[in-house]
Design a protein. Structure first.
Length: 72
């Protein structure tokens, strides 16, 4: 799913550095939660010991994933 999302981002014109960073973020979250389960993702983000700014980046990456999958 993450690879397909990265290809979608490339097609949408995102810079390679943005694609790589967001793919890494999604990989970390996918170890804690099913990326298709929004509630599980929110719970995993809340439980992470990250700064608020990092959590905002993660939320943005997850929101973009949802948009690419047609959820948002």
């Amino acid at each position: 799913m993450i690879v397909e999302h990265a290809f979608w981002m490339k097609k949408e014109g995102y810079k390679p550095s943005t694609i790589e960073r967001r793919a890494k973020i999604l990989k970390v979250i996918s170890r804690q939660a099913d990326l298709k389960d929004g509630e599980a993702v929110k719970r995993a983000i809340a439980e992470m010991n990250w700064l608020e700014g990092t959590k905002e980046l993660v939320c943005g990456a997850c929101a973009l994933l949802a948009r690419s999958l047609g959820f948002a």
